[in-house]
Design a protein around this ligand. Structure first.
Ligand SMILES: [Zn+2]
Length: 207
């Protein structure tokens, strides 16, 4: 049926037999299919019809979206050959990520999801840093959102680092947020020269 509609040379037809675990769903008038984020899918019409696709961002899925940012980066890198177009699209992608971050972290309640966002951010920081480098100019907004969240957070202990993580606000900003904007480490008022030297030593040892 698909072959009849889209022809023999279709990309999907040439690779679908190598895909595993997939299902075909035939939908009728008035039905809606909800797909969680990053579910690989293909939608096509088997007769003359109109297909509507809506993207809904649910706060519950936001930690997943952070942890699959690598997929988005790779997609945008492959999709846009022109550098300024690519940079622009990476910027739009970051804007949407920051909108999600802001509405998830700065909304009342949902402490469990906020905890998951903190973990997802820390765990995926190298990908996040890469995303900021590809767009440029979004670091301030990200740091601002984290600062506003950390001001009132109930989290007292870093979920990733054992020990030496109090007070959590300063620890999170200097170790897990400022990494997207390294110059912040040098301008932070509370970072005394002694503390900076310790950080530099730690980094050197890791290398
Ligand atoms: Zn930590």
């Amino acid at each position: 049926m698909f072959q009849g509609q889209y022809g023999q040379g279709n990309k999907f037809l040439s690779c679908y037999q190598q895909l595993k675990g997939g299902v075909f769903v035939v939908m009728k008038d008035g039905q809606t299919l909800l797909l969680p984020p990053y579910n690989l899918h293909l939608t096509f019409s088997i007769g003359g019809s109109i297909i509507c696709g809506y993207e809904v961002e649910a706060i519950e899925f936001f930690p997943v979206m952070i942890s699959r940012l690598d997929v988005e980066i790779e997609f945008l890198d492959n999709q846009y050959q022109n550098e300024s177009d690519r940079r622009h699209e990476h910027g739009l992608n970051l804007e949407s990520l920051l909108d999600g971050l802001e509405s998830t972290l700065l909304r009342r309640g949902n402490d469990e999801i906020k905890g998951k966002v903190v973990v997802a951010w820390i765990t995926n920081i190298s990908t996040i840093k890469e995303a900021f480098q590809k767009a440029e100019g979004y670091e301030d907004r990200a740091c601002d959102i984290w600062e506003r969240f950390l001001k009132d957070t109930k989290i007292t202990q870093c979920p990733s680092c054992s020990g030496n993580s109090r007070p959590f606000k300063d620890h999170m900003m200097s170790q897990h947020v400022a990494i997207i904007q390294p110059q912040r480490l040098g301008v932070k008022k509370r970072a005394r020269p002694q503390e900076l030297r310790v950080k530099t030593r730690k980094k050197a040892r890791r290398i």
